[in-house]
Design a protein around this ligand. Structure first.
Ligand code: CMC
Length: 392
């Protein structure tokens, strides 16, 4: 006893076995259940990827139809959830709202919280995947002061989400299939990423046999940080702040200055020491979406591309193997679709829910499962005697 490794930030400690996602950071390779992300981005769709992540194999047609039906059956949330939203300030950050309402689901769905029952775990998983878009869209609607829009189960996952966000009762709203495809792609690219901070948080929370909805709420909370899922919001804000290509060198200089806390947001990754394969797909999608929307010479995309070009030639970034990550270009797309930056991380949470729940299910079913309990190197005071307050 007393012998353990010291590894702050878990840079070299595997905390679990997992068969879900594989990353080769040196090669810039990402596989979901063995399938390259590029192929899934090109040929699959988010709901099929959800099935793959959850069950390990691609579905046949009957399995897919059944899964689709099971998910769409659960897209509505309990009507009383509306009161939760109304309790928040309108200017609350939607991630603050999402953290709250996802946790609140633990108080609503009592028939899917017995984690020892595989059937209940299954229903909890489906509920989470089905309801997160509804909760996220409600957070958006609440923030802009518009009425909530109920889910439409005749639409596919991404189209339904866009509908819930952008439809208004007074007007006809039709989802552009190309935009829906881009939204679906963003979901697919964010669906899982093995043991990142939020997923590890979900696993750690679940390791105590906590309520599954509460575990996902813990994941949402962790994702919010700008070093993690909050980077998409921070990256777009940064690109806007830079504004024009001529100001890039100033920001590159700041990013390299160790006395300046500024970092290039959307750059760098703990595991990728090569181009993030998701960023490549994202860059191409950004160009396509702007094209579809008829946006020419989008200044943000121009700044992003030029910033990338300059950084990839700069010794500082080359030496440290810092490349654009998934969040560098996603904001350009989401902005063009019409989402405010405050919603970006919420969309990440919608997509990552399937990753969290797949990893949670894998952990709960693991016969080796143990409560997560890191050790520490104590560096505080040695034992000393208490002195009464009057004598201090
Ligand atoms: N800009 C400038 N310098 C950087 C950056 C950056 N974005 N990222 C890392 N560095 C430097 C860092 O200062 C350090 O330099 P030195 O060795 O001289 O001290 C070196 O590169 C290694 O960085 P680190 O902080 O030790 O690396 P890490 O693995 O702990 O951090 C990271 C990874 C993603 C938190 C970090 O790269 C970062 O803060 N990036 C910006 C935020 C971001 O884009 N996050 C999204 C990650 S991908 C999506 C997700 O996970 O949600």
């Amino acid at each position: 006893t007393g012998l353990f490794t010291y590894d702050p930030g878990f840079t070299s400690t595997a905390a679990c076995d997992s068969a879900i996602t594989y990353i080769d950071g040196d090669k810039g390779e990402l596989l979901y259940r063995g399938y390259p992300i590029e192929q899934l981005a090109d040929k699959s769709n988010f709901l099929e990827v959800c099935y793959l992540l959850l069950y390990g194999e691609l579905p046949d047609q009957a399995q897919m139809a059944d899964f689709d039906q099971r998910v769409t059956r659960h897209t509505m949330v309990h009507e009383q959830m509306h009161y939760f939203y109304r309790g928040f300030r309108r200017d609350a950050h939607p991630m603050a709202v999402l953290t709250g309402v996802v946790g609140a689901m633990a108080a609503f769905y009592h028939d899917s919280t017995d984690i020892n029952d595989p059937q209940q775990r299954e229903i909890a998983s489906i509920r989470m995947i089905a309801k997160l878009p509804t909760l996220a869209a409600m957070a958006y609607k609440y923030s802009v002061g518009q009425p909530f829009v109920y889910p439409r189960n005749d639409l596919d996952y991404a189209s339904n989400f866009l509908h819930m966000c952008f439809a208004v009762p007074a007007e006809e709203y039709k989802v552009d299939p190309e935009i829906a495809r881009a939204m679906d792609l963003i979901f697919t690219l964010h669906a899982d990423h093995e043991q990142n901070a939020s997923t590890s948080t979900v696993r750690l929370s679940g390791s105590s046999d906590a309520n599954p909805f509460a575990c996902i709420a813990a994941g949402v909370a962790c994702l919010w940080g700008p070093a993690h899922g909050g980077a998409n919001e921070a990256a777009l804000n940064m690109l806007r702040q830079i504004g024009t290509v001529d100001r890039i060198p100033e920001y590159i200089r700041r990013a390299k200055d160790k006395n300046d806390p500024f970092r290039l947001m959307g750059f760098g990754h703990r595991v990728y020491k090569n181009y993030d394969p998701r960023a490549k797909v994202m860059q191409a999608t950004a160009a396509r979406v702007l094209d579809i929307l008829g946006v020419e010479n989008n200044p943000t995309l121009q700044v992003a591309k030029e910033l990338e070009r300059i950084a990839l030639e700069d010794e500082y970034f080359v030496e440290r193997k810092l490349y654009p990550n998934v969040d560098f270009y996603s904001g350009v797309i989401l902005d063009a679709i019409g989402f405010p930056t405050s919603m970006f991380t919420v969309l990440f949470a919608v997509a990552r829910t399937v990753g969290w729940i797949s990893q949670w299910k894998e952990m709960i079913a693991d016969p080796q499962k143990k409560i997560g309990r890191p050790r520490q190197l104590y560096n505080g005071a040695t034992a000393r005697d208490y002195t009464p307050i009057a004598q201090r």
